[in-house]
Design a protein around this ligand. Sequence first.
Ligand code: PFF
Length: 470
Amino acid sequence: MPDTRGSIHGQWSSRFVFILAAVGSAVGLGNIWKFPYITGENGGGAFVVVYLVCIALIGVPIMMAEILIGRRGRRSPINTMRALVAEEKAHPAWRWLGWLGVVTGFLILSYYSVVAGWALAYVFRAGAGLFTGADAGAVSTLFGALLDSPESMLAWHTIFMVMTMAVVARGVRGGLERAVTLLMPALFVLLVILVFYALYEGDFARGAAFLFSPDFDKVFQHCEVEAGVKSCRFSGEPLLIALGHAFFTLSLGMGAIMVYGSYMPGNASIARATLTIVVADTVAALLAGLAIFPIVFANGLEPASGPGLIFQTLPIAFGAMTGGHLFGTLFFVLLVFAAWTSAISLIEPAVAWLVENRGMARVPAALAVGATAWVLGIGSVLSFNLWSGESFQLFGKTWFDLIDYLTANILLPLGGLLIALFAGWVMSRASSCSELRMGDGVGYRTWRFLVRYVSPWLVVIVFLNAIGLI
Ligand code: PFF
């Protein structure tokens, strides 16, 4: 019986801690750094609508699928897939799904840690009062100086990776659980404070309108002017970016939520936990947007300024506003918290596997995984300075951009698609129904319909559209 299954790594001490941990994984740089900058680059409201549709129709069913697979297998994603393949008598090729996730996790963590390193650096810059009274020129010189220095970026990347390894090394209860119960509530409190701050000090009306009033033409019409003639065509690229971000922000498609699910108490409701996690993640992203865009507009800053958005724009605002010294510092502390609890979940699948299969203790396992991701991250560090030139680029992208694009827009949706297919088509109805513990009613049937027909097709359509086939 599934209830009697347990993980050798231990279990969250309650359903609530599982939710906190999963929210900790989901809410991260994706919500506070990436969501605002890709929304800014993709024209605002209409992009947000597409993203929310992806969350509801793809994110929710696939998160339920991922948690149920994890809890049924009760092992690291690699061994969970191996066990379920045997149990469900599935084709052995499905075992590769676990490996795909581990590789994706390494790749994401490698650049995630570099951006988290920027946030760490900014905690100290903000704390030292470097932004006070700084204008746009001074702030962008400061950000440029960080990017130009491989040594200091490497140092911050290293510190962040050590922080991540330290928590993971301590295990499920001592490390992960303690970190999330402390950090997640603090993070939400800080976000709400910042939204109030933006409400009083920023251009709230414009910021909210940018986020919530959709203009589909602006997002999906790609216009070019050639020889004085303007021609427009539909571009599906924002669709792929919104889809990829739905996976990224919910930590889906690579086994992070699966491994957390494997530590979930047997009697907890997966559907209820999923809804709580998804709502919390979406609220965090929208709060971040509401905290950032009013400040961007009030200061005449550019919403489409890319990955540097929050680092190049917010300090100007914090530097100019009352209380900016304190709130600026708090903001970057929050960003580090959020990134930390996500990074932990990025390496947990690989660490759990090393413990299970190589008989390693958690400390060397965390060290080995962290060190590998750290080495890969050097490519991202150099993408902003020594390797930023065209001769180092592939498909017009730096290493950093390439890894970001490959993981968020291709590997995570691919992993998610396979997870949906496995849970919907390969696992027997009896297994998924008993593991979801929601009976065979409307709820279960709706989930099964979505995970079999709706989510996979939507992912495939967006993929085909992005590569120009439809
Ligand atoms: N969800 C995290 C964020 O939004 O920052 C990033 C992430 C964590 C992606 C874990 C994937 C993952 F497995």
